[in-house]
Design a protein around this ligand. Structure first.
Ligand code: GRG
Length: 304
C-alpha cells in the first residue's frame, strides 16, 4: 500500500499502519457490539456478519489518523471511529437490498439479505445506525466539542441532507442523463459527507483548533470526492473477485458515473487533482499528517 508520490508519507509504512489500526478498530467494534449469542441472536449475528465481513476500514482509520495529526490519542478517537464504521456498514446493507441496488455480493461474501432475509437485513441496518449513536455517546467530550457537537456531526452526515440525499438522487438518476454537476451533487452526499465526517471527528476527539478543523474538512471533502471517482473507475476496470462486490454494475444499471460522462482518462485526472488538493490542505500540520497523506495516496492508487 505504500506510495511513491506523497512527499511527507514517502517513508511511511502504510501497510503496517493500516494493519495495526484496523485490527484495533475490529477489537473495539467487537467490544461495543452485543455478542452473537445475545438475545435476539439473529439480529446480532446479522449485524456482526456485515460488520466483520472484511471491509477496508478506511473511514475509522482516517478518524484515528486525523486525531493523531492533531496530537490526539487513539483511545479518545476510537468510539467515534467505530460509530462511523457502523453507519457505513448500515448504508451498505440497505444499499444492497432488492428495493435499492439489489446486489448479491458485498465485501467478498453474500449480501446480508441473501443470508438472513430482507426483514432481518433491514433491521440489522437500522440497528447498526442506532448502535452508532450509542457508541458515539461513550466518546470523550471537550468544552469545544461536547457530545452535542459530536452527535450533530454524525447525524448531519448521515441524514436526509447528506448520505440519504445522495442515495435518493442516485436512485432517481438511474437511466437518466445527468450532468457533471448532478453527479457531483450525488458524490458529495453519498460518499464525501461520511468520509469528511470521519476525518473531522478525529480532529474533534483530539480537541483540535478551529483552523485544524477547517484544514481537516478541506482534506476530507476532497479525499471523499476522489474516493468516489476512483470507485466509479474501479467498477469498470476491475473484476468482481478483486472488488469483493459485483463489478460492472453501474454500466448495467445505466448509472451516471464519471467514466460514463467524461471518460476514464479525464476521471483519473480529476481524482489526481482532488488528491493533490487534499495533500495541500494538510500543510498546516507540518509533517504530523504523514498517515493522512499516505492514506489519501493509497485511496488514489487502490484496486479494490
Ligand atoms: C442506503 C442510506 C443508504 C445509503 C447508501 C453506501 C451507499 C449509500 C451506497 C453504496 C454504493 C456506493 C458506491 C456508495 C458510495 C460509498 C462507497 C464507495 C462505499 C464503499 O466503501 P468502501 O470501498 O467499502 O470503503 P468497504 O466494504 O471496504 O468498507
Amino acid at each position: 500500500m505504500s506510495g511513491s508520490a506523497a512527499p511527507a508519507s514517502a517513508k511511511f509504512d502504510l501497510n503496517a499502519y493500516v494493519t495495526a489500526k484496523s485490527g484495533a478498530v475490529n477489537r473495539a467494534l467487537n467490544r461495543f457490539l452485543p455478542s452473537e449469542k445475545t438475545r435476539p441472536a439473529t439480529i446480532h449475528r446479522a449485524m456482526r456478519y456485515s460488520l466483520f465481513a472484511g471491509g477496508k476500514r478506511m473511514r475509522p482509520v482516517l478518524t484515528l489518523a486525523a486525531a493523531a495529526a492533531c496530537g490526539g490519542r487513539d483511545a479518545d478517537a476510537m468510539p467515534l471511529a467505530c460509530a462511523v464504521e457502523c453507519i457505513h456498514t448500515y448504508s451498505l446493507i440497505h444499499d444492497d437490498l432488492p428495493a435499492m441496488d439489489n446486489d448479491d455480493f458485498r465485501r467478498g461474501k453474500p449480501t446480508n439479505h441473501k443470508v438472513f432475509g430482507e426483514g432481518i437485513a433491514i433491521l440489522a441496518g437500522d440497528a447498526l445506525l442506532t448502535q452508532a449513536f450509542e457508541i458515539a455517546a461513550q466518546a470523550r467530550g471537550w468544552a469545544r466539542y461536547p457530545h452535542r457537537e459530536l452527535v450533530l456531526e454524525i447525524a448531519r452526515a448521515s441524514g436526509s441532507l447528506q448520505l440519504i440525499a445522495g442515495q435518493v438522487a442516485d436512485l432517481e438518476g438511474e437511466g437518466r442523463k445527468l450532468s457533471v454537476a448532478d453527479l457531483r451533487y450525488i458524490h458529495e452526499r453519498k460518499t464525501s459527507a461520511l468520509l469528511c465526517c470521519s476525518v473531522r471527528l478525529g480532529g474533534m476527539s483530539a480537541n483540535c483548533t478551529p483552523a485544524q478543523l477547517r484544514a481537516l474538512t478541506d482534506f476530507g471533502y476532497r479525499v471523499g470526492l476522489a474516493f468516489q471517482v476512483i470507485d466509479d473507475i474501479l467498477d469498470v476496470t476491475q473484476t468482481t473477485g478483486t472488488l469483493g462486490k459485483t463489478a460492472g454494475k453501474d454500466t448495467r444499471a445505466q448509472k451516471a458515473t464519471y467514466p460514463a460522462i467524461i471518460g476514464l482518462a479525464e476521471s483519473r485526472r480529476i481524482a489526481q487533482r482532488l488528491t493533490a488538493r487534499a495533500f495541500a490542505a494538510l500543510k498546516p500540520f507540518r509533517g504530523r499528517a504523514a498517515a493522512l497523506e499516505a492514506l489519501a495516496h493509497y485511496l488514489l492508487q487502490r484496486d479494490r
